[in-house]
Write a protein that binds this ligand. Sequence first.
Ligand SMILES: [Zn+2]
Ligand SMILES: [Zn+2]
Length: 326
Amino acid sequence: MKDRIYIDGALPQWKGNLHLHTTRSDGRASPREAIAYYRDAGYHFIMVSDHELYWDQPMAEAGDMLLLAGSEVSLAPHGRGLHSIGDQRHKSLHLLLVYDERLRSVQPPPWGHGQAIPRQADTGISAWNQLIARHKSQGHFVFLCHPRWSRLLPEDLLALEGCQALEIWNHGCQASESVAESGYEWDYCLSRGKRVLAIATDDVHDYADQARQGRGGFTMVSAPEGDGPSLMDALDSGRYYASSGPLIQDLRVRDGRLVMRFSPAQEVRLVAAHGYAPTHYPPPGQASFTSLDWPLDPGLLYVRAEVIGPTGRKAWSQPIFLDDLA
Ligand SMILES: [Zn+2]
Ligand SMILES: [Zn+2]
């Protein structure tokens, strides 16, 4: 089995939130207030993702924090009740578009700052895939928002093509409907060989509420530098992970073993298909632990780790696909 570094402890990590709303759409803080809120909390990058409204503008309030260009987009209800019956009432595709800053000199963003992004009719899976393909061709990374809140079924997810990652944790959906985590949906895809990674986001609308609850979801990017193109390189190659609190400091495969270092944890769950992967606990007499070392079964399709911190908050590693190490 090959050695491979997934999160390199020798590199810095950059904290970001790719999903937030302001008074430009249905959020309750102005863009200036929202940006200051994240800057003061020590974030390194954010994307102001108001619905169908493009962001591409620097702001003095950001200070050293990067403001990525992009938006949250969806499709307009078709009007024939396609997705509006019973427990399907929320069923809708929401996507985060993150403009790939490496392209700026050759393929500028398709919309200017503040420009409205037209919505097309939601006529089902083919329309969803056309939407994803178009946004990718226009220079965006495409992330799937809140699968659980959207009531996406496993077959919907399997049919979706081109989303680089899904929101394994969307904190706004926890506050509103306790549907933040989409672990079942993720493993359903992974265990069938569909490669999709994970991010975590705040999707904050009400900043006062969120300040009381604590910030909920963020994405940590591992890159040598914190500039836009370096972050994009890391997004492109999967060098990031999702968290609602704990940190994964280093994650690698070495000599056929999964080796990890993380912030103090009460439990680390290894999730795998198809085979055995145990949950790890602190040694006897200790309340927490900060590393693990586990022999990988080369017959597994994938394995991923969930680090559970002292307050129950989680970090989710990306899946390790054993085929990549053969
Ligand atoms: Zn949404
Ligand atoms: Zn949103």
